[in-house]
Design a protein around this ligand. Structure first.
Ligand code: Z5A
Ligand code: MG
Length: 224
């Protein structure tokens, strides 16, 4: 278990938000970065996919159904998009910046395996990426999420697909807990007002941010 309440390593924490579409990840990530900055922490947001890079632009075209792509190829592009950001994430963590990611490798696996790609194909491309200190998995029934604004605009935004993805997220959670310990994956109910969800989240990340984390950033899927 790498999260410690007494570590004084000085490095930033790596916090990931995951969950189904429209469950409020981007809303909560933005609020958390703001709060940390107000409290005097160095913090930055890292969104995945990062649609600003050359690879990110290909992903964006795919998500908006402006381009078609083989399922394996798009899976590898999502992973490549994380790899092109990996060195900057490690550097920032070492410099004491808390990095908050809006989706990560876990979305990659859950969405691709929901389409039928085997887990054994989906996991390896992200091996050795920076290991999150904690992943907050926001839970919201797909029927509630689908009532929120802009649901259905992009690929994957149907209740049937979201239900299949939710099942796969369950398997991903088991894999994280098995390889990296139970404390690395925490479920948070995303029901209720934005402020209620925010306060639940703060109750979980306060000790990670203010208590400290172990000195070395681990490697995803590599048992320490
Ligand atoms: N994908 C993949 O296949 N492989 C990968 O490796 C990765 C991703 C990384 C795009 O992701 C797609 O890429 C995604 C997975 C796939 N496809 N799907 N589905 P994205 O992150 O760019 O998707 P997005 O367009 O930003 O949607 P989102 O992230 O799923 O939404 P969200 O961030 O969770 O929700 P939000 O934008 O914060 O909130 C949605 C709305 O609800 C908004 O109007 C809010 O004001 C409102 N809201 C938020 N919280 C509340 C509460 N508590 N109450 C009421 N209303 C609320
Ligand atoms: Mg979002």
């Amino acid at each position: 278990m790498a999260i410690s309440s007494s570590s004084t390593s000085g490095r930033g924490a790596f916090i990931v938000f995951e969950g189904l579409d429209r469950c409020g990840k981007s809303t909560q990530v933005a609020r958390l970065v703001d709060k940390l900055e107000r409290d005097g922490h160095k913090a930055r947001l890292q969104k995945f996919p990062d649609r600003t890079t050359a690879i990110g632009k290909m992903i964006d075209a795919y998500l908006q159904s402006k381009a078609e792509m083989d399922d394996h190829a798009i899976h590898l592009l999502f992973a490549a998009n994380r790899w092109e950001c990996a060195a900057a994430i490690r550097r920032d963590l070492d410099d004491g910046v808390t990095v908050i990611a809006d989706r990560y490798a876990f979305s990659g696996i859950a969405f691709s395996s929901a389409k039928g790609l085997p887990f054994t194909f989906c996991l390896p491309p992200d091996t050795a990426l920076p290991l999150p200190d904690i992943t907050l998995y926001l839970t919201l029934p797909p029927s509630v999420a689908s009532q929120r604004s802009a649901f259905g605009v992009e690929r994957y935004e149907t209740v049937a697909i979201q239900t299949a993805v939710r099942e796969q997220f369950g398997l991903v959670a088991n894999e994280v807990k098995k390889r990296h310990g139970d404390g690395r994956w925490v479920e948070v109910s995303a029901e209720g007002s934005i402020e209620e969800v925010e306060s639940r989240i703060w109750g979980l990340v306060d000790s990670v941010v203010n208590g400290g984390v172990d000195g070395t950033v681990g490697e995803l899927w590599v048992e320490q």
